[in-house]
Design a protein around this ligand. Structure first.
Ligand SMILES: [Mn+2]
Length: 416
């Protein structure tokens, strides 16, 4: 698709314009780690690599070299290996890699170090950019960390910088083609949730809801799940990332669903909380309306100029006010007993997409809005999550067609 190729070409040129003179940036597609014996974890391409190239193959590299202002782009791919290809399928050819990425210069991966050394010397490069993002201090070295350790030893005169910051600043603002894919992921997610609503009833197991969702999204062309589906009924609803989905659901309980489809690389992330038996009890209704109220009030400030961090502050403020009013808490500081996660995150190629959290909202950002209340002593967990696009005209709820109001949910479940 040329639209996609132009998108990736544009991403490289925007990234290159942020690099200083006499620098290079190297990005890896990654390698699947071994799970056990000769079995590997499924390969997931590094999202930055995909953003820059459109390629989803293992063990590829993209190199951008910036001299004064001119930029050279080089791609490194795996060599054809007929004996391996009988098992795992054909490797991508140079021509195919060029067609997808728009990068005209392609080498084999084994040539990377020689060529890198050559351009460093020929152009007297001063700065190297690698994606050095770490989730935690303790996280083990990954492929890029090891490569950078070796690089630092061999080229001590070259300054190393993290490519994570320029990339997150680019990726946080979605372009038109990305919004189309996110809307596609949302549409698939809606089909899956509709199917759950039509089938939900007491006596079924949580995993049956997961199976229905997965079947419907895959049957309609999803690439897969954005993340492992959460179907958390009754007491499980208070565990934020409950993924076992083994429990038999009972009447008068709520079931919390947190799920999403992935489409053309982009994710949806939606939570809905439904009454297993088709009607909310008065208590469930009270708490559900409370969460909806928090969602509505935070949505009001999801516009250009609001700081990302203000969204959380607003959610805590409204939860505190409302939980005090219902009598569930007596002092404001008790709010964290019932609401204990952030109210949203960026959404895109990654479900928890990269982007700075201390910046004002801008048109093009897609952010989840997911307040939740978790009352373990009553076995009630409620989370309602929508995907919001920030525009010049204000927030657009991309997931607005997925049933959320109590009367809608009860009406659909009554007719099943
Ligand atoms: Mn989420």
């Amino acid at each position: 698709m040329t639209g996609m190729r132009d998108f990736h070409i544009g991403n490289r040129s925007r990234l290159a314009s942020r690099l200083p003179r006499k620098s290079f940036a190297l990005v890896l597609s990654g390698k699947a780690p071994r799970a056990t014996a000769d079995e590997f974890y499924p390969f997931k391409p590094d999202r930055n690599f995909y953003y820059l190239t459109g390629l989803k193959r293992e063990n590829f590299f993209v190199l951008l070299v910036k001299d004064e202002s001119e930029v050279e782009e080089m791609l490194f791919i795996e060599e054809p290996q007929p004996d391996i290809e009988k098992w795992v399928g054909r490797r991508m050819t140079r021509d195919e890699a060029v067609a997808v990425s728009g990068i005209p210069v392609v080498f084999y991966e084994r040539e990377l170090k020689t060529i890198l050394n050559k351009v460093i010397h020929e152009k007297a490069l001063k700065t190297a950019f690698f994606d050095l993002e770490r989730l935690t201090f303790e996280e083990p070295q990954n492929q890029i960390h090891s490569l950078v350790s070796e690089f630092r030893e061999k080229y001590p005169h070259i300054q190393i910088e993290s490519l994570h910051y320029p990339l997150r600043d680019l990726r946080v603002k979605k372009q038109g083609i990305e919004l189309e894919q996110i809307r596609g992921a949302v549409a698939l997610t809606r089909l899956g949730i509709d199917e759950i609503l039509r089938n939900l009833r007491p006596g079924l197991y949580e995993y049956q809801m997961e199976a229905l969702f997965n079947y419907v999204i895959m049957n309609n062309g999803a690439e897969g799940n954005a993340f492992k589906t959460i179907v958390a009924s009754g007491p499980n609803g208070v565990i934020l990332h409950y993924v076992e989905n083994q429990r038999r659901m009972k009447k008068n309980e709520l079931v919390l669903l947190d799920l999403g489809a992935r489409f053309e690389g982009y994710n949806a992330d939606v939570s809905r909380t439904f009454p297993v038996g088709g009607t909310f009890t008065p208590r469930q209704r009270e708490l559900y309306e409370l969460v909806l109220k928090v969602q509505e009030e935070v949505l009001q400030i999801m516009k250009k100029g609001t700081l990302f961090s203000e969204l959380n502050l607003k959610a805590v403020e409204v939860f505190t006010r409302e939980l005090l009013a219902t009598g569930l808490i007596e002092k404001p500081e008790e709010v964290s007993k019932y609401y204990y996660h952030g109210v949203g995150h960026y959404l895109g190629l990654d479900t928890h997409d990269i982007g700075a959290r201390d910046i004002p909202l801008e048109p093009g950002m897609v952010i989840t809005l997911e307040p939740g209340v978790y009352v373990s002593e009553e076995a009630i967990g409620i989370r309602i999550e929508d995907d919001i696009l920030i525009t010049e005209e204000g927030p657009v709820v991309l997931t607005r067609d997925i049933p959320k109001e109590i009367h809608e949910i009860e009406a659909i479940m009554k007719n099943q």
